[in-house]
Design a protein around this ligand. Structure first.
Ligand code: UFG
Length: 333
């Protein structure tokens, strides 16, 4: 892998700076400004090329221009609700895009990939904490299914062609922001996820949080999730890249902390971090939500030497710094 660089594939999707994705998602969740700020943080230029992952010719051209040691594949549409409305778009971008990426990698002799998967592949947990042997595939929406199908595709590829190495990372609930406060989550439109919404209530952009149900079988009745600091998550990817160098074949790891917190615990933690009251109202359950979901992260610790280092206070403090310094996200008004 010497002399070559890892490629981070985030092309033509909602998670790509300035990506254009016609007819889907109100706006890109990542913006060119985010990349400019990353360059300020790392004090070096970052080579960036925008392209549509479903555009085979563009992928071919990219791989012809550069020599890559590995690909980190984040490109995909990612809104659960939207995927139910527009399944074909989700399968076209996520599945076709991945097939084209894998084919292009193969054609250019790049056989190392880290894939951004999700705990959603586990569906409704049959037991907790979730380890990597828990049955997968019981997803209730096209977004989740696309993650599962891609996992299966990559596994089959590694079985058929032994020179491939893949690390499939099953993310739990990433939150927080870089501790500089310069980069963080900036959902376009109304946030789907809990913590960006909570942060916007704290900063005064939204009046109150709707808590989706308080009649689950959990300690306080609200949903329990395994929230993980986004910087810990990023470090998990570095550990995965190192694993690829061992010619590991296909490996799957949970990236979570192993601890579950309820919605109300998250609200409290954010009130503590921000020093502000966060108003909320209990509303009905959101369709497709499960009561509890948290990881057994032991395998990643054993085999990747990776373990989440940051706790809930740090996650909320960093999220709050980002939100306070950037009340309207990356845009200026
Ligand atoms: N919640 C609220 N109010 C909100 C938003 C969320 O009460 O406004 C609750 C949810 O009901 C859930 C918890 O907060 O109990 C977390 O919800 P998120 O939407 O933040 O996260 P999810 O666990 O539902 O979703 C995450 C990822 C998805 C992935 C899914 C399943 O964001 O990409 O896990 O693994 F598909």
């Amino acid at each position: 892998m010497q002399g070559a660089r890892p490629l981070s594939a985030c092309a033509g999707t909602s998670s790509c700076p300035s990506a254009s994705s016609p007819s889907i998602s109100p706006g890109a969740d990542a913006l060119p400004e985010s990349l400019r700020r990353v360059q300020q943080i790392v004090h070096q230029p970052i080579l960036f090329q925008e392209l549509d992952i479903t555009n085979e010719a563009a992928l071919q051209e990219l791989f012809s221009k550069h020599r890559f040691s590995a690909v980190m594949h984040f490109a995909g549409l990612k809104a659960v609700g939207e995927s139910v409305q527009k399944p074909l778009e989700y399968y076209r971008v996520n599945l076709t895009g991945t097939i084209r990426l894998l084919e292009t990698m193969k054609a250019h002799g790049v056989r190392n990939i880290v894939f951004s998967s999700s705990a959603t592949v586990y569906g409704d947990p049959k037991y907790l904490p979730l380890d990597e042997n828990h049955p997968v595939g019981g997803c209730t929406n096209p977004y989740g299914k696309s993650k599962y199908f891609i996992e299966e595709m990559i596994r089959d590829l590694c079985k058929a062609e032994r020179d491939w190495n893949a690390v499939l990372l099953r993310y739990f609930n990433p939150i927080g922001a870089h501790e500089s406060g310069m980069i963080g989550e900036d959902p376009q439109g109304i946030p789907n996820n809990l913590m960006p919404y909570v942060a916007q209530v704290a900063v005064g952009r939204r009046e109150f949080l709707s808590v989706f149900g308080n009649d689950y079988k959990t300690d306080d009745g609200t949903g329990v999730r395994d929230y993980i600091h986004v910087v810990d998550l990023a470090k998990g990817h570095i550990a995965a890249l190192k694993k690829l160098k061992e010619n590991c074949g296909c490996k799957i790891y949970n990236l979570g902390t192993g601890t579950g917190y309820s919605v109300l615990q998250m609200v409290q933690a954010m009130e503590k971090a921000s020093g502000r009251e966060i108003k909320y109202k209990i509303t009905g359950r959101r369709e497709g939500d499960v009561a509890s979901c948290y990881a057994n992260p032991a395998l990643a610790e054993r085999e990747l030497g990776w373990k989440a280092a940051f706790g809930l206070d740090k996650m909320c403090e960093d999220l709050w710094r980002w939100q306070l310094q950037n009340p309207t996200g990356f845009s200026k008004n």
